[in-house]
Design a protein around this ligand. Sequence first.
Ligand SMILES: [Zn+2]
Length: 140
Amino acid sequence: MPLIENGEIYKSLVSNHHQEDCTSSCYDCIRDYSNQNIHHLLDWRLGLDLARLSYDSNSKIDFTVSYWREYITNTIKNVLLKHKYIVEEVKDTLIGIDPFGENYCLVHPFWSAKKISKLIGSLPGHYKTISIFDISKLKN
Ligand SMILES: [Zn+2]
């Protein structure tokens, strides 16, 4: 099970060395010339989430997972700040106000509509969702 926690590929993906240099995909992990046309879509964190889900359908899919936490609270938070978002860490995700004055809540692309409406419903006021998958592309 190389893609499951403590597996060989898992360990190399989540190594500090790789996490620091690779925000979504690189030639050391899942990029190669044969998938060149989809490089912008590749994201090893989402890949590990998929692998964990296929191994165990009850796997926890959220931003408290080790390889997401630091990425969300550092990299993504900084990307949002750089793009003039107001950012707050709430309920294990990021919420705030986008540059157009709208409230947003960061969500995971695998979360169900039910989970999202429960999360949004627990926030005061009206919030739109933005997917981590889309934010990862903002920085480029
Ligand atoms: Zn990489």
